[in-house]
Design a protein around this ligand. Structure first.
Ligand code: SR1
Length: 353
């Protein structure tokens, strides 16, 4: 997130936090005064670990910032382990968190097969585990997601609205990431239901820097398949790469790109004159980070928590951004309340941003 956005966002989020606190009659950011909080949150200083598989890019930075802010409001000592897309390192970090004696571990993405036994060790020691976007297939581990089904359905619906039922498409995808796999299932079903839609080329990589790596692949795909008119790129780093390549190849005017995720930088890219990137279906990742911490806190407190915790996405088009003069995530939150706050994993004693 850039710095000017952060300042505006902090102001908006602060205002919302105040109204939320008033609404719930609870909660200041000082753990010692968390009125009505159950043990161990009544004393403060509860240690929780956030163990990331991916950390780079706007989505994951905003997710982490949202988690930190919510943790601070709950008086939680949040220990963050950065993800480097290294399964062995993520296992090791979970082990470190267990040894540190945390009360809960939030697992953010990762490869299920390399995590299932180590998270079971945590559970066996009485440590709560919640997972965001990695299916650990354990009834004791609540799963948080953005409703990838809805997200993909929204962006494909907009693609049909803009382009009709028949078009040549490029598709950006990497298998093995739970949210991308869930979005892919929708894309596969969509193609079955729309025989006029042809996937002409598929590419994708999560090699850092992701957007540039995807741009290099997209440039080759655009050269080989000049008939591509629509690009389905359901991750903002993918869309940024697809858009960059379209600009460089001077084909942006004949392409439309549909994505997932949003950040202030994405809003700028979508709004840019002549941009091929026309719509995205997204949540506010900072809200998802906050929901992840609240879910972990409820689990630690032994309070009711759904097994599937969903943060619903919203469709945002360039027209929405231009007509409403929206330039930042904070401004987006004024128009679309879902970008300010979620009611997922809440309780009266929890301050909600
Ligand atoms: C590589 S997985 C990337 C996705 O994870 C999160 O769910 C974001 O929405 C992003 O699109």
């Amino acid at each position: 997130m850039n710095k000017s956005m952060s300042r505006t966002a902090r102001f908006a989020i602060g205002a919302i936090a105040l109204s939320a606190a008033a609404l719930f009659g609870a909660a200041s950011a000082d753990a010692a005064t968390l009125k009505g909080a159950p043990p161990p949150f009544d004393k403060g200083g509860v240690k929780i670990a956030l163990v990331n598989y991916l950390s780079e890019g706007d989505f994951f930075q905003a997710y982490e910032a949202g988690a930190q802010k919510q943790a601070k409001a709950l008086g939680i000592d949040l220990r963050i382990y950065e993800g480097r897309q290294d399964a062995a390192q993520q296992r090791d970090q979970i082990q470190q968190a267990i040894n540190l004696g945390v009360s809960a571990i939030i697992v953010n993405h990762g490869l299920p097969e390399s995590l299932k036994d180590v998270v079971q060790q945590a559970l066996d020691k009485g440590i709560k585990v919640v997972a965001f976007d990695v299916d650990l297939a354990n009834p004791k581990i609540p799963q948080i997601e953005q409703s990838d089904h809805d997200l993909a359905t929204l962006l494909l619906g907009q693609a049909v609205k803009d382009n009709g039922n028949a078009f040549s498409a490029g598709y950006v995808y990497v298998a093995g990431f739970a949210p991308l796999d869930r979005r892919d299932a929708v894309w596969q079903a969509f193609k079955q239901a729309h025989p006029g839609v042809h996937e002409q080329a598929r590419w994708g990589t999560v090699d850092n820097p992701i957007a540039q790596s995807v741009a290099n692949q997209a440039a080759a795909a655009y050269r080989a398949h000049p008939d591509i008119r629509v690009v389905i790129a359901p991750y903002d780093e993918f869309a940024r790469g697809a858009s960059l390549a379209a600009d460089e190849a001077n084909v942006a005017s004949k392409l439309r790109i549909y994505s997932a995720d949003i950040s202030t930088a994405d809003i700028e890219a979508i709004r840019a004159p002549g941009s091929a990137w026309v719509a995205t279906a997204a949540t506010n990742p900072a809200v998802v980070g906050a929901v992840s911490v609240r879910a972990a806190a409820l689990d630690v407190a032994g309070q009711p928590l759904a097994h599937h915790i969903v943060v619903k996405p919203t469709l945002v088009t360039r027209d929405d951004l231009v007509k409403n003069d929206i330039h930042t995530i904070a401004e987006l939150g004024v128009k679309f309340p879902a970008f300010r706050v979620s009611d997922a994993a809440t309780a009266a004693w929890i301050p909600v941003d």
